[in-house]
Design a binder for this molecule. Structure first.
Ligand code: ZN
Length: 559
């Protein structure tokens, strides 16, 4: 029995009663008990739980037991409103503080917080960085701080957000209350980085696993843009129920949505270039079932919970497998079967490569920030720095400021203003400080390669995902993905005239064990390639132009 389980014995009764009477839940799901026990024992906890597995109960229940406030930091204002309404229905006091409130609403929330006592406070990471808000909280520091979407704090996470960098400083200002970090996915690297960023030396990590048996993964290879269009239209005709189609660019979203509307489909779309009000309206059309299909960029999704989503189709490879798992994982949260389909066109990799060429602060940028700061008063606000560096975006500047803080070349004062510090002989150079982002770019590149390898693999899709997250254990195959259902190279039917000539057929296909790595081979429909690896009956071959594909050995003949 784990120590957490032992403790649950002690706290079991009030928890059971609360569960039934307040939350109307008969018993906790796998993982929830362990997380709640860890939180109640005052430990810093990171809970990695798949979406739809009841993450919010993991803080709502402890919040109902603590004497003080529970502060929930979330990047998603739309989600806060949802949570707030649900909590009010349960009779739990909760307030939100974010940019969507009117002045009167904000004053009311502030008044409630200053009363102290048990309540749940929702805020954005930006709000947590505000001096006024921190001093309001400091009079009655929260019993627990919940960091939702915690992967956003990590440089290695797929959705890094500069605003999250302020959280550690805010926690210190609040006397470092216990933290519960929540996320649906985190690799080993991201876990370690979350611990570092939160300054949580003894982070209790509870990973309930990411496998969801109801999700059927498949990849459909297409050879040109037209074929991709035809395929997505066919898939949408053949598939019933509501679903999401992800495209990589705003233009691709608008084009497809227009095309579908022309064809009489019930469709709406979502991307970052729409005005806030329009985004909200379109999101609601999908969420409340008035539209069947949502065509969107990856701006649509974090915090979206539409359990009856029956399919998620990707028109392009996302930047990495974490992003793919999160986006595709929006399907089937009700536990019923759902399809996750990736349309793979080899050239799409270039679109992602383009996105990867993002600008992170360079050594020169750091030098420019210091020069600009030297022109300001000894203590200056972030906004003053921003206005003297108009060519920097806010996010870019925040990251640069964080690097300088990490290098102890910049100090963040109690009231969250800044001042420069004189460099010491031991101070790192700008080049050293910027190195972290040089590394990040290299990792981003590798992550894209892994995503592409997934698209081209002949192995069980779930096995590949679980391996990526270090969660495979003795998992062998899901039996529902395309590669489990029909072996590679048979998935795309080969027409008779594309079969190898009789002479080639007459050659006995080499048993997999006799296909040598590095040898030149030929496969129907494809050019001559070089064997990269042989696993069981599956042979992975590299073709010119950097593509790799996996085939059953029986289709592979020596060139
Ligand atoms: Zn499988």
């Amino acid at each position: 029995m784990s120590s957490a389980a032992k403790q649950s014995g002690k706290s079991g009764k009030p928890i059971q009663r609360l569960l039934r009477t307040v939350f109307g839940v008969a018993r906790l799901r796998m993982g929830q008990q362990e997380v709640i026990d860890s939180v109640l024992s005052g430990r810093d906890t990171l809970a990695i739980m798949p979406t739809g597995s009841g993450k919010s109960l993991c803080y709502q229940l402890p919040a109902a037991l603590f004497a003080g406030a529970t502060l929930v930091v979330s990047p998603l204002i739309s989600l806060m409103q949802d949570q707030l309404e649900k909590l009010h229905e349960l009779g739990i006091t909760a307030v939100q503080l974010n940019s969507s409130l009117s002045r009167a609403e904000e004053e009311e929330a502030v008044a409630r917080i200053s009363q102290g006592g048990r309540l749940i406070i929702f805020c954005t990471p930006e709000r947590l960085a505000s001096a006024a808000f921190l001093s309001l909280l400091a009079s009655a520091p929260p019993s627990l701080v919940v960091i939702d979407e915690a992967h956003c704090i990590s440089h290695w996470g797929h959705d890094f957000r500069p605003a999250y960098l302020e959280i550690a400083a805010a926690l210190r200002a609040l006397g470092r209350p216990p933290v519960l970090a929540l996320t649906a996915t985190a690799t080993e690297e991201v876990i370690a980085d979350i611990a570092t960023q939160l300054e949580a030396r003894k982070l209790q990590v509870i990973n309930t696993g990411i496998y969801r048996a109801n999700l059927r993964y498949r990849v459909i290879q297409v050879t040109n843009a037209g074929e991709k269009q035809d395929t997505v239209l066919r898939l949408l005709r053949e598939t019933s129920g509501v679903g999401i189609v992800y495209a990589a660019t705003v233009k691709a979203v608008e084009d497809l949505a227009a095309r579908l509307a022309e064809l009489g489909e019930s469709v709406t779309c979502y991307h970052g270039k729409l005005a806030a009000r329009e985004r909200k309206h379109k999101q609601e059309l999908f969420m409340n079932g008035e539209r069947r299909i949502m065509v969107a960029t990856n701006a649509f999704g974090m915090g979206i919970d539409k359990p009856d989503t029956r399919f998620v189709i990707h028109l392009q490879v996302p930047a990495n497998l974490e992003a793919y798992y999160q986006e595709s994982g929006r399907a089937g949260r009700d536990g019923l079967p759902a399809d996750c389909t990736l349309l793979y066109f080899q050239q799409d990799k270039r679109v992602q490569q383009f996105f990867l060429a993002k600008h992170y602060p360079t050594a020169d940028d750091l030098a420019a920030i210091v020069v600009a700061a030297q022109g300001l008063p000894a203590k200056f606000a972030f906004a003053a720095l921003a206005s003297s560096l108009p060519e920097f975006s806010e996010g870019h500047l925040k990251v640069g400021v964080k690097l300088l803080k990490d290098g102890k070349l910049l100090r963040q004062n109690r009231r969250l203003g800044y001042s420069l510090k004189a460099p010491l002989a031991s101070s790192p150079s700008y080049v050293q400080l910027a190195q972290i982002y040089v590394d990040k770019q290299e990792r981003d590149k590798q992550a894209l390669e892994q995503m592409v390898a997934y698209a081209q693999s002949g192995l069980c899709r779930w096995k590949l995902l679980l391996d990526y997250f270090g969660d495979a254990g003795d998992f062998e195959r899901c039996c529902t993905c395309d590669n489990c259902q029909s072996p590679p190279a048979l998935a795309a039917p080969i027409s008779l005239d594309e079969l190898p000539p009789a002479s080639a057929q007459a050659q006995t296909p080499a048993p997999a064990s006799r296909i040598a790595v590095g040898s030149r081979v030929r496969v129907p429909r494809f050019q001559i390639g070089t064997v990269l690896s042989v696993a069981g009956e599956q042979v992975t071959i590299a073709f010119p132009e950097d593509t790799t594909r996996t085939f059953m050995a029986e289709f592979v003949v020596p060139a």
